[in-house]
Design a protein around this ligand. Structure first.
Ligand code: FPP
Length: 251
């Protein structure tokens, strides 16, 4: 604004100085209800949820979140009707490589975590292929991890088994076992602990997701169904996270 010929300096642009959470994890819940509301089969809800995964994972990379992890199929999900399990496996077949390629082009490395041994061999090969695509990316790529046949208790049980085997083989003294030993034996050994865990769809429970890793995570619950979850919902979750005071047991 000019005042007596003197130009008033423009106000400094508002700069986002807050660091985004380094690692955000999401339980992709509400796909079934989203489909039911539209008179569609549940599989249509999962397909819409897979699209949301792609959009939100890429958005996270764009706003500086380094790690994004989602719960795609739990160790308990095998109990669902066979038709729904098959539809989810087909979705992995259809989307995995394609999502890995399109997301790699945007600087996001897609990786899969969990006990992959019971999955059909063609899906396991697709997961290896996804890993090979991720390996072509440089160090500044963000990581989007899909947890498939994942369960927090199953993960801890497997870690205990692996540590016990190392003790039995004489490679490890039980007195040397510390938190790092356990964390290093989990599927998430290469990931930092999540800072923010989001659960959409109005459910307020953990459902066996990242039990060890969530010790100091901030939780955010929203009624929005996962297929409806937008970048604005992610902004709202991150704003809420920034209002928390993280003390990690201190004062
Ligand atoms: C939970 O919602 C969601 C699942 C069990 C599956 C989530 C999987 C995807 C979105 C597919 C991701 C795949 C790729 C390749 C990105 P729900 O079915 O329990 O929903 P409801 O509680 O409304 O019934």
């Amino acid at each position: 604004m000019a005042f007596f010929g003197i130009r008033k300096p423009a106000p400094a642009p508002v700069r986002e100085t807050r660091q985004p959470p380094r690692h955000i994890a999401v339980t992709m819940d509400g796909n079934g209800r989203w489909a039911k509301k539209r008179g569609l089969p549940r599989s249509a809800g999962h397909a819409a949820g897979a699209e949301t995964f792609r959009t939100i994972a890429t958005y996270c990379k764009d706003i500086g979140v380094q790690y994004f992890t989602v719960y795609a199929f739990s160790t308990e999900n095998w109990k669902r009707p066979q038709e729904e399990v098959d539809a989810l496996m087909d979705l992995f077949r259809k989307y995995l490589r394609e999502a890995a390629e399109t997301m790699a082009a945007r600087g996001v490395a897609v990786r899969v975590l969990g006990d992959l041994s019971p999955l059909p061999e063609d899906i396991r090969e697709l997961i290896r292929e996804t890993g090979r695509i991720a390996d072509t990316l440089g160090e500044d790529a963000a990581t989007a991890s899909l947890c498939i046949n994942y369960g927090g208790r199953d993960e801890i049980k497997n870690a205990v088994r692996r540590i016990a085997e190392r003790v039995q083989a004489g490679e490890l003294d039980p007195q040397e076992i510390d938190e790092g030993t356990v964390a290093g034996a989990l599927y998430t050994a290469h990931l930092p602990d999540p800072d923010l865990i989001i659960r959409p769809s109005g459910e307020i429970r953990l459902s066996n997701f990242l039990l060890w890793q969530s010790a100091y995570a901030e939780y955010y619950f929203t009624p929005v169904l996962w297929p409806d979850f937008t970048t604005k919902d992610m902004d709202a979750a991150i704003d809420d996270y920034h209002r928390r005071s993280r003390r990690f047991g201190g004062v």
